[in-house]
Design a protein around this ligand. Structure first.
Ligand SMILES: C[S@@+](CC[C@H](N)C(=O)[O-])C[C@H]1O[C@@H](n2cnc3c(N)ncnc32)[C@H](O)[C@@H]1O
Length: 214
């Protein structure tokens, strides 16, 4: 069967339109109820190609992890960032991943074991609820997660309580993630939770904003 150029462009245009509408719907609904990135999409967050596309090492450089730190990632998914983060905090440091979906945590644990990582703990829970004693962490970071949480304010308040004095909150956003949050929104939400802006790295389409617990 031969497809005319016209038919080809109409089909591609319709597919793009469906994708854009689905993204907008997902984004809008996520403000009202929890609709996390499904576990079957975890594969899109794994592998060296995705590390390059999503700037995994650049993000970790910007967060500024150091040996000996105790670090929490909110919404680690299959561990694209958390597994290399576990290496970066050695010797003496440890990393914890808090994710709302058991399926993501199973994938994270399997991949951490395959990578020979032993200083990583996976915890299931909703970031808007308290899970840790006050002053537990040197660094808490989010990457393409904040917009998936309907009550972003509550999640950032929990982070504030769980960070040590002068601890770092780091938020990375990547366009066109359906839940992308702008730099202005991230700054507004972080300041409302009590954080002090420190530095913003990158451009609007891939940025990391770091804040300190005031
Ligand atoms: C798009 S994935 C990002 C994974 C990882 N941060 C990365 O950049 O590769 C978002 C993750 O956030 C998790 N998540 C969504 N809402 C959450 C919540 N309220 N508390 C904890 N984790 C949540 C999802 O289950 C999912 O694993």
């Amino acid at each position: 069967m031969v497809i005319s150029p016209m038919t080809f462009f109409v089909v591609v245009g319709l597919l793009l339109l469906v994708l854009v509408v689905a993204n907008l719907w997902w984004r809008r609904e996520s403000r009202r109820r929890s609709l996390p990135c499904p576990t079957w999409l975890a594969g899109f967050l794994e592998g060296s190609l995705m590390d390059w596309v999503l700037g995994t090492q650049t993000t970790l450089d910007r967060i500024g992890l150091r040996p000996g730190q105790r670090v929490l990632e909110v919404g680690p998914g299959p561990g694209r960032l958390l597994i290399p983060a576990a290496h970066r905090v050695l010797p003496g440091g440890e990393v914890i991943g808090l994710d709302i979906q058991p399926g993501m945590l199973e994938r994270l644990k399997t991949r951490a074991a395959q990578a020979g990582v032993s200083n990583l703990t996976a915890i299931q829970g909703d970031a808007t609820q308290p899970h840790f004693p006050p002053d537990s962490f040197d660094v808490i970071y989010f990457c393409t997660v904040l917009g998936e949480i309907p009550n972003r304010e509550a999640a950032l308040r929990e982070c504030y309580a769980a960070l040590k004095p002068n601890g770092i909150l780091s938020v990375t956003e990547i366009f066109p993630d359906p839940h992308y949050q702008s730099r202005a929104t991230v700054k507004r939400l972080a300041e409302a939770a009590g954080f002090r802006p420190e530095v913003i790295y990158g451009h609007w389409y891939f940025f990391t904003a770091n804040f300190a617990k005031a």
